[in-house]
Design a protein around this ligand. Structure first.
Ligand code: IPE
Ligand code: IPE
Ligand code: MG
Length: 236
């Protein structure tokens, strides 16, 4: 049985879902938020320790101002509707990414949610928000260089480098699900997914469901994880 401590999801396909339903792109993002609420509560009930969701990438600023502004207003909508339920379910909110470019009002809403839920011990709902994997690695390298220059540490290796990443306190990513068919990583968790299992589904994020998460986990359970070692169940 493969352990599933950390599930990461690239929640893609909101725009295509909206187009298919003849709705504005923002309606796809709104529906996506409701799906996230349901998946969060369900993942918590399954005993998953951490759910990292890609909500906004460092490249998503290239979108129209209207769309970006709408996405920046979503944390307010999400937490205003669901903070009570997150508390009842012992869910703790975290964020990874570059906070600096996020509008102050949006950051305040997120920081309030982080603060309100900080003592919860159930699922960690970790938002990758203004997150880019390359940016994270560069920031980590800079932070290490500063510590090195100040004589704080000189022992750079794979393990110590992890302490400079946003994910320093989180378990290894076991499973990465991407909805919306695209076979790419789009700058998500580049360092962390070295040995994660991948599942790409054709379902667009606003149509993703608890049942489909069950099916993904079932598939994950069938995977033989080798971590570079030899698969001793095979005769070759
Ligand atoms: C993912 O859905 C949400 C964000 C990137 C914020 P998209 O908006 O990328 O949806 P598609 O890929 O255009 O369908
Ligand atoms: C990845 O989706 C980012 C998020 C889901 C937040 P994109 O829609 O931005 O990815 P590309 O542009 O198709 O690679
Ligand atoms: Mg997309």
């Amino acid at each position: 049985m493969n352990t599933l401590n950390h599930l990461a999801i690239i929640m893609d396909g909101n725009g295509r879902w909206a187009k298919l339903n003849r709705l504005p792109r923002t309606a796809g993002h709104y529906k996506g938020v409701e799906v996230l609420r349901s998946i969060t509560i369900y993942a918590n009930s399954l005993g998953i320790k951490c759910l990292t969701v890609y909500a906004f990438s460092t490249e998503n600023w290239k979108r129209s101002e209207d769309e970006v502004n709408y996405i920046m207003s979503l944390p307010k909508i999400f937490f205003a509707s669901y903070i009570k339920e997150l508390m009842e379910n012992n869910v703790r909110v975290m964020i990874i990414g570059d906070r600096d470019r996020i509008p102050a009002e949006t950051m305040k809403v997120i920081d309030d949610a982080i603060d309100t839920t900080k003592n919860n011990t159930g699922l960690i709902l970790n938002f990758a928000f203004n997150y880019g994997g390359r940016d994270e690695i560069v920031q980590a390298a800079k932070a290490f260089a500063m510590d090195y220059a100040q004589g704080i540490r000189n022992d750079l290796n794979e393990e110590t480098f992890k302490e400079y990443l946003y994910t320093r306190d989180l378990p290894e990513v076991d499973l990465l699900i991407r909805t919306g068919s695209e076979m790419r990583v789009s700058n998500f968790l580049l360092y962390q997914i070295a040995y994660s299992e991948f599942i790409v589904t054709d379902t667009l994020w606003p149509d993703f469901s608890n049942d489909e998460l069950d099916r993904c986990i079932e598939e994950y359970q069938k995977r033989k994880r080798n971590f570079g070692g030899r698969d001793e169940t095979k005769n070759h």
